[in-house]
Design a protein around this ligand. Structure first.
Ligand code: GLY
Length: 368
């Protein structure tokens, strides 16, 4: 089968690469053929995804001309996105004799993609890698833009590198096997694109949320393409997050603190982002840039996507504040909030006081 529809292109100073989006792409060799001829291939995945798609991908790699195909299955969950797991990956690559021109393929969600990308960036000082994202969240966000990395016990994604893939192959059919909670978690990042960056997309999401929750294939494909286009446009301007790219972190200041506090086990990334977006909109409301209607529309949309809309009262306020400050200390910069100028328009703000943050967190359910 020939390569369908034009991909979306990401142009960074060091690399131009395609994002292919469609159904049943993993079973087609054409997307891989340009990269794998006579190459060693190392697929990184976790057991559940591997049980559905590894054999399929293996066969496509073989048909694409790969000379050696190995794989490693690692446990799933962000709590395993660590240096210890990365070491296992590098040890496997070395013991299987993978050379400098090997290609690492990430088959899985954000955790697999981030880890595979980081391992690729460091192995032999950098080998090629391909993202095959299988969660909604990875398809619209983490597989695009080259942020790779690991968690440290002191915080999420504190160790990492910008390292762009050779290509992103987004097979939407893989979402059919995704659990409900994980799928909904991806919807939070979709909502982020509308809320913070594209008012028309937010309105489209309001109109189509029920079809998205049902995973209607055509609606899903439209949403994924739109989100990828928004993200690619931002990456093309600011690969290394020196400026505008930070707007993609809308809702993430609180989200990362929550995930870290809950040991990456008790809340999914998108669930934390959903709560983080409510806090960011509450802060924007307090600052008078938007009216209450935006907050109400966001909460209504998140509820339709079965996402949490407030903090769990059992998470102590003081600990969230400490975690957020800790991230700031490690970044050697002021804590920069991404708030709203209006629906669909972000505003970067460094002048948020602890009192304002506390007030917003309490409004959003934290116990004082
Ligand atoms: N997920 C935010 C970014 O890629 O910059």
């Amino acid at each position: 089968m020939p390569i369908p529809a034009e991909p979306i292109w990401v142009h960074t100073p060091g690399r131009k690469y395609p994002i292919y989006i469609g159904h049943h792409l993993l079973s087609q060799k054409d997307f891989l053929a340009a990269y794998l001829q006579n190459k060693q291939v190392f697929i990184l995945s976790h057991s559940e995804i591997a049980s559905h798609y590894l054999a399929l991908l293996h066969q496509s790699c073989e048909q694409a001309g790969a000379s050696q195909i190995d794989h490693l299955i690692i446990p799933s969950g962000d709590q395993y996105k660590t240096l210890t797991t990365a070491d296992e990956v590098w040890s496997a690559l070395l013991s299987l004799n993978h050379h400098r021109d090997t290609i690492i393929i990430a088959l899985g969600g954000g955790m697999i993609g981030d880890l595979a990308g980081f391992c690729a960036a460091c192995y032999m000082r950098g080998v090629g890698f391909i993202q095959c994202p299988t969660t909604l969240l990875a398809q619209i966000d983490s597989a695009i833009g080259g942020k790779t990395g690991l968690n440290h016990q002191m915080g999420k994604n504190l160790i990492g590198a910008f390292y762009q893939p050779l290509a992103v192959i987004t097979d939407i059919s893989t979402l059919n096997t995704l659990g409900e909670k994980e799928f909904n978690s991806g919807l939070a990042e979709l909502i982020k694109y509308g809320l913070a960056l594209d008012k028309d997309f937010f309105i489209w999401l309001e109109e189509n949320i029920d079809k998205l929750v049902e995973r209607a294939p055509g609606t899903l494909q439209m949403a994924i393409k739109r989100a990828c286009k928004i993200k690619a446009t931002i990456i093309n301007e600011d690969e290394l997050e020196k400026g505008q790219r930070i707007v993609l972190n809308f809702g993430h200041t609180v989200a990362h603190a929550l995930e870290s506090l809950l040991d990456y086990k008790h809340i999914l990334h998108g669930e934390a982002v959903a709560i983080g977006m409510v806090v960011a909109v509450q802060l924007s409301l307090q600052q008078g840039t938007i009216d209450k209607n935006v907050l109400e529309r966001l909460i209504s949309l998140l509820k339709k996507a079965h996402l949490p809309v407030q903090l769990d009262a059992s998470v102590p306020l003081v600990e969230i504040l400490t975690k957020m400050k800790h991230d700031k200390k490690h970044a050697y910069q002021r804590l920069r909030w991404v708030l709203l100028k209006s629906l669909g328009e972000p505003r970067i703000c460094e002048e948020v006081t602890e009192q304002q943050i506390t007030q917003a967190l309490v409004k959003c359910g934290a116990s004082p």
